[in-house]
Write a protein that binds this ligand. Structure first.
Ligand SMILES: C[S@@+](CC[C@H](N)C(=O)[O-])C[C@H]1O[C@@H](n2cnc3c(N)ncnc32)[C@H](O)[C@@H]1O
Length: 194
């Protein structure tokens, strides 16, 4: 794992008083993110990083002079790069500092900002995903499989695979498997990991 450079004060808002365990968190998240982009690059049309509790992008470890870049900036630094990054933050001054840091340090990258309470912004996050990520939910069949009903309820589903199915009588039909993992499907409320 890489060492965290002490990046110092850049004059923008810095999250004060962060615990020392965050140092491990930033190393591990960076390592995991780079393993992810290395292994997934080429397997999907694009790779998207979503930080639902982004913070201002820079933190100071409590009772020390150690100042580090935090998770959104670490995600921007990952190689190979994410194609798009979506940062959510409800605090105005943290969001303003994060935007300024992204503009200064990563101009030209595809970064989307979703201000406000992330729990109220699921639809906006889904809108910010590249278009090929989402498709309209299929109408449930009359019997309605559980997957189809869930897909219909959550509006946004992703095609998992598509296949041509040849029946014994020679009839051919197209079959698409859908997975429904909209942000509202898996959990009821999101909470930050500190
Ligand atoms: C632990 S901090 C920053 C975490 C950051 N990802 C990091 O690792 O440095 C959590 C951030 O989430 C923001 N936050 C907390 N609840 C939120 C919510 N419901 N919606 C959006 N942001 C939220 C806080 O304002 C704070 O900046």
């Amino acid at each position: 794992m890489k060492d965290l450079p002490n990046v110092g004060d850049d004059g923008l808002f810095i999250e004060p008083e962060v615990g020392t365990w965050s140092e491990d968190k930033y190393r591990l998240v960076s390592l995991y993110a780079s393993v992810f982009t290395k292994s997934m690059r080429g397997k999907f049309a694009s790779l998207v990083y979503i930080d639902m509790f982004a913070g201002p992008g820079r933190v100071q470890i409590k009772n020390t002079t150690r100042i580090y870049e935090s998770s959104p900036m670490n995600a921007l630094a990952v190689e190979p790069q994410f194609d798009r990054l979506i940062f959510c933050e409800q605090s105005d001054n943290r969001m303003a500092a994060l935007k300024a840091r992204c503009a200064k340090q990563y101009a030209g990258r595809d970064v989307r900002f979703v201000p406000g309470d992330v729990n109220a912004n699921t639809a906006e996050i889904l809108r910010q995903l590249p278009k090929h990520y989402a498709c309209r939910a299929p109408r449930p069949s009359r019997k309605g499989s559980a997957r189809e009903s869930r897909a219909a309820n959550h509006e946004t589903v992703r095609p998992e695979s598509s296949a041509r199915v040849v029946r014994r009588n020679g009839a051919v039909r197209n079959s698409t498997r859908y997975s429904c993992r909209s942000a509202t499907a898996g959990f009821s409320r999101a909470a930050p990991i500190t």
